[in-house]
Each structure stands twice: as C-alpha cells, then as structure tokens.
Design a binder for this molecule. Structure first.
Ligand code: AMP
Length: 291
C-alpha cells in the first residue's frame, strides 16, 4: 500500500494508472475509519482494478469549531483498516495543497443543499462539494464511492458531478449499521455508555415511521409528528429535524401527502449528549431511476 501526501504525487500516480488502462476507484474520508468506510472500500475493491482512499479532515465543512477540534482521529488504525481492505493508495491530504493561501473558488449545489442538514449547518455542504470537486480533480477516479447514511451529501455530489461534467461515476452505498441498528459513524465515539445504549432508538423510530407509511398513513404532517414523538420517547434526544421529503430532490411533497411512487426519504438529525447523529430510511421511486 502506497502512502502519498502531496496532491501533485497523487495526480501523477492516477495518471500513470489511467494510462496503463486500469480502472480507478476512490473513497474520500475524514478519517476515524469504521465498518461503514470499509463497506465503501470493499465495494470499490470489487468493482475497480486499483483503489485509493483519501484521509483528510477537511476544516471547511465543519460549521462548529468544537466539532472539528474533537473529531475522532486515529491514523494508525485508519492505515491498518485500509491495508486490510486491500487499498492500493492512501492519500493523506494537506491543507497547503487543498486550501492554500489565496484560495477563493467554491462549488455550491443550490437547491439540494438547502433543506435538512443544510438548514442547520451553514456552509457545511459548500465545504463538502468544494473539497470533493478538488479531490476528484486530483485523484481522477473512474468511480467514487459515497455512503447513503449521508443521503443529502451523496445527492449533492451526484448533482455536482453531473452539472460540472466531472468524469467520475458516483456510486452510492447502503448504510452500515451496528447489530442493534445504530448507523456507524465516527461521531458515535462521543457517546457515553448510557447514551450509546439508547442511540438505536433513532433508527427504530425511522423504521416505525416507514411502517406507518407503508400501512397507509400518507399525510406528511402526521408522519413527521409520529417520527418526532417516537424519537422523543427517549428524552435524552434533542431532535433537530425529522422530515419526510421526496427522495429524488429532497423537496417537500407539495400536496402535503406522500406520493410513494415518487420515492420517499425519511430523515432525522438529533443531538444525543455531545454527539449529533443523523440517519434515514428511504423508498426508491416506483419507476426505479438511479437509486
Ligand atoms: P466521512 O469520513 O464521515 O466523511 O465518511 C466518508 C464516507 O463514508 C462518506 O461517503 C460517508 O457517507 C460514508 N459513511 C460514513 N458512515 C457510513 C455508514 N455507516 N455506512 C455507509 N457509509 C458510511
């Protein structure tokens, strides 16, 4: 496994591999790797001849300095996870390359990043799409892998790639969960044992709401109220948002009634102790499409 630090070297390496006719898969991460990241790496490994991963704690996507300062980092463990996943190249991004003095170009996906997390984390998605645009320009992968735990992020990146004609296919990978349902997240490390014990209630609430929907309750207000109440049955949660929107574009259902055929996303963000957790479940559009 090669470890690369400079953007110039990373680009050089990718260009060589491309010229050799090899297919390149790429998994961008913030570090603090876990089995969710591992699923992305495994998928890339199964579909591409060479796999690279980036580890870069991108400061521009953090809207809270405290979140950035306490983000779980574990370089040695991250490198061993990459090694055991058969990663060919790990790229440790550097600020001097990615946000040098004088940097002033930002990529913003407009409508998709307004609702849900976008309404509560100013600047977050702008930071994400800008760094991902840079990473793709440097690593030049044929395919890049993103997790559906961050559903809105995956859609925004997919839109950006399409709008800017970036030469990479975006592959979306299902959420990996603990056996009790909690979605894996680097931020789970912040949960105290008693918080960790109640955390799976978030996913259970989403599943119960999906059951209510599939049982015939199509009123958005009723579903959202049910979801919020289900989460708040565990009083340690402070719900940030609990919403039922169209899966394809994250817009509200204009009639106030869910159109299941259009695809449905049920998404939440909630604080539990010092951790902010997000999770979602979704139903794909009836006519398929790119889900
Ligand atoms: P992060 O390091 O948090 O930026 O995550 C890097 C990538 O891993 C993103 O595409 C995430 O959506 C994805 N990811 C994080 N957690 C999970 C999970 N539990 N299941 C699947 N993908 C995940």
């Amino acid at each position: 496994m090669k470890i690369i630090e400079s953007a110039r070297d990373m680009r050089g390496e990718s260009e060589l591999l491309r010229r050799a006719g090899l297919s390149l898969g790429f998994v961008p991460t913030l570090g603090g790797l876990h089995a969710g990241h591992r699923a992305l790496l495994d998928r890339a490994r199964s579909e591409c001849e060479r796999v690279s991963a980036s580890i870069y704690l991108n400061p521009t996507q953090f809207d809270s300095p405290a979140d950035l300062a306490t983000y779980p980092a574990s370089m040695d463990a991250d490198l061993s996870l990459c090694e055991s996943a058969g990663v060919d190249i790990v790229w440790l991004g550097r600020r001097a390359d990615l946000f040098p003095d004088g940097f002033q170009t930002w990529v913003e996906v407009e409508r998709l990043t307004r609702p849900l997390c976008g309404a509560f984390r100013p600047g977050h998605f702008r930071g994400v799409t800008t760094i991902v645009a840079e990473l793709l320009a440097i690593a030049k992968p044929h395919r890049a892998y993103f997790g559906l735990k961050d559903f809105q992020q995956a859609l925004a990146i997919e839109r950006m790639v399409r709008d800017l004609w970036l030469d990479t296919e975006v592959v979306k990978v299902p959420t990996v969960r603990e056996p009790d349902g909690l979605a894996l997240s680097s931020r789970n490390a912040r949960l105290a044992p008693e918080e960790r014990a109640v955390a799976p209630a978030l996913y259970r609430s989403l599943v119960r709401t999906r059951e209510l929907l599939l049982g015939g309750e199509h009123r958005v207000d009723a579903l959202e109220a049910f979801l919020r109440r289900a989460i708040e049955e565990e009083p340690r949660f402070r719900v940030e948002y609990a919403e039922v929107v169209r899966a394809a574009d994250l817009e509200p259902f204009s009639t106030g009634t869910v159109d299941i055929d259009a695809g449905v996303l049920i998404a939440v963000a909630a604080h539990l102790g010092s951790a902010r957790l997000i999770d979602n479940v979704w139903l794909p559009p009836a006519r398929g499409g790119d889900f």
